[in-house]
Design a protein around this ligand. Structure first.
Ligand SMILES: Cc1cc2nc3c(=O)[nH]c(=O)nc-3n(C[C@H](O)[C@H](O)[C@H](O)COP(=O)(O)OP(=O)(O)OC[C@H]3O[C@@H](n4cnc5c(N)ncnc54)[C@H](O)[C@@H]3O)c2cc1C
Length: 478
């Protein structure tokens, strides 16, 4: 059985970023995930906002990690060459009786130690964002916040961790955890086993199941779905900042934001669902998203929706993050209840976990050759025509456009299939290259992407899946 110093359960942004932080040190680390790729849980379906830090209740772990997490996140995104932007945000009140909420959020932000906050009038808000509703009466302007591509951040963090020696095991659905003398034997549903001295539980919506496996389930995950609509790039210019609404009679409000890739995103709703994989979208919730999105930015053309999706928050009662060494099971670290702003806090969470391990006696000796940078996977798209011609001369696959909507070349897709963590299915290629993310949602490029995956993994096209086990695209050869 393979043995490691540290096992991490769950390769979302939390587990991925912890893996990257641990890869700095002379430790053997293995990241386990039940899926065929990294970033397939809450991490692939959220708003992608780097929250300013004015929202969490002062004194909570969320408030602390949000305040320290913003700059750490932007720094990591820069090192890893992941799409990010400090575009700022606004929380808008829509009636005089909501104005006091803006003042409360401002005060709370100050208490949390957040800089760059100011309260502005509705007219000042419209000067900054001309498409904003004329009903906006007051707003909190937040300048330290931004947007980041959550799944690209995770792919890059895991890729960087792997380049620095971390191992990733996919399709490893943890079904049993046995406590042994010094550590744990972790078993997967398919019979594979690995051993580790420490086990960090980053299983998102299923973190309570893993806690139960070691006999320390003192929390229950409450899965809460958030539905979204993603609009074509033609709509991406409606606003430059992320526009939030004050929580009111109609719920916590719906945001409207540009994305890193130029689309417009609106959502999310908040409804309790059965489990972490209840990711269906519903007509009623999407209608709510449309109505509330239009409340902030009335000019949005919802005929330009190109897809809708749902992400599931892994909330816990009390609402704070649970990050601690188990009181009952030595060596088991809980990283649970990581709902929003978990993405914003991924690096601060990782550093907090490192402190827990250090306090538990883990020797953190730095590697001499650690490299925290990763090449820009979108470098080709950013080149001038002359530079592109030069690249194509050396590697003609960069001259072949596979995804016409997002202008993705064969060279970029091959890079996604061959660089850590390699893409093994169509959605994996999509999250790494944007092939299939555009207007036609993969209608034209999917078959060619399948052919490239089959070629580079030495399999048959009938074996290529959309997103792992059972999701075959082709049933038989004619
Ligand atoms: C609708 C919505 C909007 C959000 N908006 C924002 C935002 O704008 N800004 C922000 O900062 N945060 C936001 N968040 C929160 C953020 O998305 C999460 O905090 C973050 O993605 C959590 O990452 P994670 O790695 O902890 O969990 P996940 O991404 O869910 O990863 C858990 C992983 O564990 C794996 N796993 C589960 N069970 C097992 C098992 N038995 N064996 C092996 N592997 C297993 C899963 O396959 C998965 O990959 C939002 C969340 C949602 C749902």
């Amino acid at each position: 059985m393979e043995k490691f110093d540290i096992l991490i359960a769950g390769a979302g942004v939390t587990g991925g970023m912890i893996a990257r932080e641990l890869s700095r040190y002379q430790l053997t680390v293995c990241l386990l995930d039940k899926a065929n790729d990294v970033a397939t849980g809450a991490t692939k379906a959220n708003s992608g906002i780097v929250h300013g830090g004015y929202d969490p209740e002062p004194g909570t772990l969320k408030a602390q990690l949000n305040a320290s997490g913003v700059e750490l996140l932007f720094e990591a995104a820069k090192q890893l060459n992941v799409p990010h932007k400090r575009n700022g945000s606004m929380v808008c009140a829509f009636a005089q009786e909501e104005n006091h909420i803006i003042d409360q959020l401002y005060e709370r932000g100050l208490e949390n130690g957040i800089e760059g906050l100011s309260v502005i009038t509705g007219d000042q808000a419209r000067e900054l964002e001309p498409e904003l509703s004329d009903k906006v009466t007051k707003a909190l302007l937040v300048t330290n916040s931004g947007i980041v591509c959550p799944y690209e951040l995770t792919i890059a963090a895991v890729g960087n961790a792997m380049d620095n020696g971390v191992e990733l095991k996919r399709n490893f659905a943890i079904s049993d955890i046995a406590k042994i003398g010094e550590g744990f034997v972790v078993s997967a549903a398919d019979g594979r086993k690995v051993q580790g001295k420490y086990l960090i539980n980053c299983a998102g919506s299923f973190a309570d199941d893993l806690a139960a496996m070691v006999g320390d389930k003192f929390y229950q995950i409450i899965p809460r779905a958030g539905e979204y609509m993603l609009l074509d790039k033609a709509e991406g210019v409606r606003v430059s900042r992320t526009i939030f609404q004050t929580p009111g009679k109609e719920g916590k409000g719906i945001l409207v934001t540009p994305t890193n890739h130029g689309n417009l995103l609106t959502g999310p709703t908040a409804t309790e669902v059965e489990h972490g994989e209840s990711t269906e979208t519903t007509g009623a919730q999407l209608a709510y998203v449309q109505r509330m999105g239009a409340k902030s930015v009335p000019g949005v053309n919802f005929r330009q929706v190109i897809t809708s999706f749902t992400g599931v928050r892994a909330s816990v009662a009390g609402g704070d993050f649970i990050i601690k060494m188990s009181d009952k099971v030595d060596g088991f670290v809980h990283v649970a209840g990581i709902d929003s702003p978990g993405l914003t806090c991924c690096v601060s969470i990782a550093k907090y976990v490192l402190d827990i391990l250090k306090n538990a006696g883990v020797q953190l000796t730095e590697k001499e050759n650690w490299n925290g940078t990763r090449e820009d996977m979108h470098a080709f798209a950013k080149m001038s025509i002359e530079e592109k011609n030069e690249v194509i001369k050396n590697n003609p696959s960069y001259g072949k456009i596979i995804c016409r909507c997002e202008t993705v070349t064969e060279g970029e897709i091959i890079a996604a299939i061959t660089k850590n963590p390699v893409a093994l299915d169509i959605d994996g290629v999509k999250r790494r290259t944007r092939s299939g993310m555009g207007r036609c949602q993969g209608g034209f490029c999917s078959s060619y992407v399948m052919k490239l995956i089959a070629q580079h993994t030495g399999t048959d096209m009938t074996d290529v899946t959309k997103n792992g086990a059972g999701s075959y695209m082709l049933t038989e050869k004619m």
